[in-house]
Design a protein around this ligand. Structure first.
Ligand SMILES: Nc1ncnc2c1ncn2[C@@H]1O[C@H](COP(=O)(O)OP(=O)(O)OP(=O)(O)O)[C@@H](O)[C@H]1O
Ligand SMILES: [Mg+2]
Length: 243
C-alpha cells in the first residue's frame, strides 16, 4: 500500500525554479531515501510533503487522501530540529503528545515506555546539553516518532555526527525500524548512508531538482564498489556547478 504519493510537484522559491515535476512514492514499512547534491531542494521537498509549504503545482497524497498544503498528518524531523535547551529530555519528547491533548501523566508514561528502544533510559531528566550528539538525535527522533509513528520524514538527521557515531545510528535505526515498522522518507547527500538504509533510493539532480534515477536495493545483498562508484558518478555529475 502506498503511504506517501508525491505527484508532479513543482516549486519556484524567490524566482528560482527549485523542484521540477517530482513524483515519488513511499510504501508501507519502506525506507525510501532521497539522495541529492547540496542545495538541490531536498528540504523544500520535505517541507511540501509535510504541508508546511504549498507547491505551485502537483499533489501530495497520504494514505490515498489529498494532503497538499495540509500539516499535522506525518511527523517531520527538520534539518535543524533542535531540542529545547531549557527542558529535560522527557519534557522535550512529550511535547507532541501534550499538543495532541494527552494529560501530562499519560504523555510521560507513554514516552517513557519508548526510552529503552531509543537508548535514552536513565537520561529522562537530563538537559539536551548534557547528552552526546547521538543521544540528542535519538531524543529528537523519539519526539518525531511520538508525533506520528506511521509516517516519518527525516531530513539529514545524522549529518552532524562523527563517522563512527553515524554508523552506530544507522545500525540502530535499522534495528528500530524492524521492530516499529514505520514508513520513512529519509533525505541525505551521503551515498553510504543511502546504500545502507534504503529499500529504494531516488537520486535528485541539482536545482531545479528532477528525479534522475530510482534504484531498488536488495538489503540482503552486499554493495559492490561498482555500485558506489556509479552513484558517486551520478552525484558528481549533478554537483559540478556547485563547487
Ligand atoms: N524560503 C526560501 N526562499 C527562497 N529560497 C529558498 C528558500 N528555502 C530554500 N531556498 C533556496 O532553495 C534552494 C533549495 O533549498 P533546500 O534547502 O531545499 O535544499 P537542500 O537540498 O535541502 O540543501 P542542503 O543539502 O544544503 O540541505 C537553495 O538554493 C536555497 O537557498
Ligand atoms: Mg536541506
Amino acid at each position: 500500500m502506498t503511504k506517501i504519493m508525491v505527484d508532479k510537484i513543482s516549486k519556484t522559491l524567490d524566482g528560482l525554479y527549485t523542484l521540477a515535476d517530482i513524483s515519488l512514492t513511499v510504501g508501507e514499512n519502506e525506507i525510501v531515501v532521497v539522495l541529492g547534491p547540496s542545495g538541490c531542494g531536498k528540504s523544500t521537498l520535505l517541507n511540501i510533503i509535510s504541508g508546511l509549504i504549498t507547491p505551485d503545482s502537483g499533489t501530495i497524497k497520504i494514505d490515498g487522501a489529498d494532503y497538499t498544503g495540509k500539516t499535522a498528518r506525518v511527523s517531520y524531523m527538520q534539518q535543524k530540529d533542535l531540542l529545547l535547551d531549557s527542558r529535560s529530555i522527557l519534557d522535550n519528547v512529550t511535547i507532541p503528545l501534550l499538543l495532541k491533548g494527552m494529560t501530562k501523566n499519560k504523555a510521560q508514561a507513554y514516552a517513557r515506555s519508548h526510552f529503552t528502544d531509543f537508548g535514552l533510559v536513565g537520561f529522562e531528566h537530563y538537559y539536551p546539553r548534557q547528552l552526546s550528539g547521538g543521544m540528542r538525535q535519538r531524543a529528537a527522533l523519539l519526539r518525531t516518532y511520538l508525533f506520528a509513528s506511521d509516517i516519518m520524514l527525516l531530513d539529514e538527521p545524522f549529518a552532524a555526527l562523527d563517522a563512527i557515531t553515524r554508523r552506530k545510528m544507522h545500525l540502530w535505526l535499522l534495528k528500530l525500524h524492524k521492530h516499529y515498522q514505520s514508513s520513512i522518507l529519509f533525505v541525505t547527500h551521503d551515498i553510504e548512508e543511502a546504500l545502507l538504509l534504503a529499500d529504494r533510493v531516488y537520486i535528485l539532480s541539482s536545482r531545479p531538482a528532477v528525479i534522475r534515477r530510482e534504484l531498488q536495493l536488495d538489503q540482503t545483498a552486499a554493495f559492490t564498489p561498482d555500485m558506489k562508484m556509479d552513484l558517486l558518478a551520478i552525484l558528481e555529475e549533478e554537483s559540478n556547478d556547485h563547487f
